[in-house]
Design a protein around this ligand. Structure first.
Ligand code: CP
Length: 338
């Protein structure tokens, strides 16, 4: 008896062969130029949000609707039961349904499942395992798309790569500066981690600026170093903003939580309060090589980025957000066929 082929999921962008990422970007560009040329009539995507979203939800929903398909959007806070993830346990706690059963049932209704898992927010050692998204991928009988887990945001990276390609042309040896910004509601490091690996693999030299205490996950840094070695690119971390931006073609602003004080809001707030000056302004941008600015959003204006830069000619931020629509259409077309 022949075994079923494994289901292709999209959990981390760098799990896809480089050629597949290039093909997805080419498809995104074709869809962007000719939006009516691709159809997913009769197909459905199920989206489950265990925390909030503006862009990911709206762009996926618009993408599916414009392709002639249908989306089902479910919010954990209001639309379904709390789900159990422990395997083999007696379910006498607060969760009345197991993720295994939810995944199996939803797989019979939709062609693709897209999940934005919750973050525990207490322990980086636990959250970094990304167990929830792995559970959905294990139990689903259709492709699972990661809409941002603790460690990875493949959809954002795809839109970022398209924006970089459109702006810079071939990316080989172009310089990208990722600069930590100071936000009282810091994001997870998922966007930064995914971008670091994706940009290095695409041929860019990447420099990351952050204050002491905001080092990225050790395994992510090892993977980035490995990818950069294979790609013949460079990855430098722990720089000052000025050193990272010097000569950069693109500055990517992003807040992220420190690992040392992860799960300790009091320590985290006092550490952040000491870090003044981590805001992108015109003086910093002038250190680059006619540098453009990117940010995955949401942006805290005049705290992470000045109005002058955000609203000025250097900003790619809205174009980058728009590219979420085109790249996610490409993802829906590709993963509905697998
Ligand atoms: N960049 C991004 O994923 O935005 P949302 O969190 O609003 O979906």
């Amino acid at each position: 008896m022949s075994e079923k082929p494994p289901i292709a999921h999209l959990i981390r962008l760098h799990d896809l062969p480089e050629q597949d990422v290039d093909d997805l970007l080419d498809l995104s560009s074709r869809i962007k130029r000719r939006p009516g040329g691709f159809q997913l009539n009769g197909k459905s995507v199920g989206m489950l949000f265990f925390r909030g979203s503006l862009r990911t939800r709206a762009s996926f929903e618009a993408a599916m609707q414009q392709l002639g398909g249908h989306s089902i959007n479910l919010n954990a806070s209001s639309d379904f039961w709390e789900l159990e993830t422990t395997v083999g346990g007696r379910m006498d706690g607060k969760s009345p349904e197991h993720v295994k059963d939810a995944a199996a049932v939803l797989s019979r209704y939709v062609n693709v499942l897209a999940i934005r898992p919750a973050l525990g927010g207490q322990s980086w050692a636990i959250d970094r395992r990304d167990e929830d998204i792995q559970s959905w991928a294990r139990y689903a009988e259709v492709p699972v798309i990661n809409m941002e887990s603790a460690l990875w945001h493949p959809l954002q990276s795809l839109a970022d790569l398209l924006t970089l390609r459109e702006t810079l042309g071939p990316l080989r040896k172009k310089k990208l500066a990722i600069v930590w910004t100071n936000s009282p509601t810091p994001a997870s490091s998922a966007v930064t981690n995914s971008l670091l690996l994706s940009a290095a693999r695409a041929g860019m030299d990447v420099r990351v600026a952050h204050p002491s205490g905001y080092e990225l996950d050790d395994e992510v840094l090892s993977s980035a170093a490995h990818i950069a070695e294979i790609a013949g690119t460079t990855v430098e971390t722990g720089l000052s903003a000025k050193d990272a931006v010097s000569g950069a073609h693109v500055v990517y602003a992003r807040s992220w939580q420190g690992i040392e004080d992860y799960g300790n809001p009091t320590l985290s707030a006092s550490r952040r309060a000491r870090e003044r000056g981590w805001m992108i302004d015109e003086a910093l941008m002038r250190q680059g090589a006619d540098a453009k600015l990117m940010h995955a959003m949401p942006v805290r204006r005049n705290l992470e980025v000045t109005d002058e830069v955000f609203d000025g000619a250097r900003s790619l931020i809205y174009a980058q957000a728009e590219n979420r629509l085109h790249t996610q259409k490409a993802v829906l077309v590709k993963f509905n066929r697998t």
